[in-house]
Design a protein around this ligand. Structure first.
Ligand SMILES: C[S@@+](CC[C@H](N)C(=O)[O-])C[C@H]1O[C@@H](n2cnc3c(N)ncnc32)[C@H](O)[C@@H]1O
Length: 320
């Protein structure tokens, strides 16, 4: 998965004259803060270099995870064609770019972001985006969100881990109240990220939301810790990305987890594939979360032609 061409070019321009050594150092510090899930009252993207390092090393991965989640949503909610969007903790506008690619109907985006350096970069990158109206608002989520009419699509990507638990609960309630169509929340695919998504899922179901993806049911999640539900997307690394990360491999796998909830009921798929399918000669084994709310290991034999064809095409995270 790669960034859309206008975004990729704008990122390259923004990074062109930044000394590589500075970027590498800033990327290292940023990565340490994310890994430690540090919440010390400072924004991770408080400075210009941290914001530039985010463009170089995190934007390709968060864009890929958001795009994959949106694609899963559009497969289930085929009629959904959002015109308006609210993105909270927007960073450089990753979710807006992914939404514009997934839903060309999008023509009005409101992005809320408290860090001035990343907001300024996001504003600059979005010069050539297809969305007609893009508005950036400087607002700290801890102080709540302003009153506004609900928006068709509301997104919160890779933000919950930066908030304290009481702020998270308030924010989910508020975002649901501002959702006219679908609310999509995405987190890193770690056990802690999954737990935050699980809490958001529980709250949204209690508020009467209809789950769209990844869950094919609204019953209690059948995945039991230390296992955790997550998916993965392979992300191409540019030369600069490799230099800044001091890495040789031309790709990385971004692990993520998400939940999408709708105001209207949707028809759930029969199941979702929870792990990479395992193949052996003449058979494929799939770990599924089913619409009955259960986990199931399904062994599909080549003799069962239709099921085998479906299983062969199925990938980790797909609805079947
Ligand atoms: C990891 S970045 C994610 C950015 C973008 N959503 C993405 O997926 O690439 C988290 C963003 O949330 C913003 N953020 C964190 N806490 C916030 C708060 N209390 N108020 C507003 N923005 C906040 C940060 O400044 C940062 O830009």
């Amino acid at each position: 998965m790669e960034l859309p061409a206008p975004l990729r070019l704008a990122v390259e321009q923004a990074l062109a004259h930044v000394p590589r050594a500075d970027l590498t150092r800033a990327a290292g510090l940023l990565s340490q803060r994310y890994r430690a899930e540090r919440r010390d009252g400072r924004f991770h993207l408080a400075g210009d270099l941290a914001a530039l390092a985010y463009l170089a090393t995190r934007l390709p991965a968060t864009f890929a995870a958001i795009s994959a989640s949106m694609s899963a949503v559009s497969q289930i909610a085929g009629e959904f064609a959002p015109r308006t969007m609210l993105d909270v903790g927007a960073g450089p506008g990753s979710a807006m770019w992914a939404a514009a690619e997934c839903w060309p109907s999008l023509d009005d985006a409101l992005l809320i972001e408290a860090s001035a350096p990343i907001r300024a970069l996001g504003h600059r990158l979005a010069g050539d985006i297809s969305v007609a109206k893009v508005e950036w608002q400087d607002r700290n989520l801890d102080q709540g969100l302003p009153d506004m009419p609900p928006r068709d699509l509301v997104t919160l990507a890779y933000v919950l881990d930066e908030l304290e638990p009481p702020s998270r609960e308030r924010l989910i309630d508020r975002l649901w109240a501002l959702t006219g169509g679908i609310l999509l929340i995405i987190e890193p695919g770690t056990p802690a990220g999954w737990q935050r998504i699980l809490d958001a899922r529980t709250r949204l179901v209690a508020l009467g939301a209809h789950l769209v993806a990844p869950c094919p049911h609204s019953a209690a999640c059948p995945v039991i810790s230390p296992d955790w539900c997550h998916f993965s997307r392979r992300v191409a690394r540019s030369r600069l990305h490799r230099q800044v990360k001091e890495a040789d491999v031309p790709w990385e796998d971004e692990k993520f987890i998400y939940v999408a909830a709708s105001r209207s009921p949707v028809r759930p798929p029969a199941a979702r594939v929870l792990t990479p399918p395992r193949s052996a000669p003449g058979r494929i084994s799939l770990k599924l979360c089913t619409d009955k709310g259960h986990l199931e290991e399904r062994l599909v034999s080549k003799r069962d032609k239709d099921a085998y064809r479906t299983a062969r095409r199925a990938g980790w995270g797909d609805a079947i």
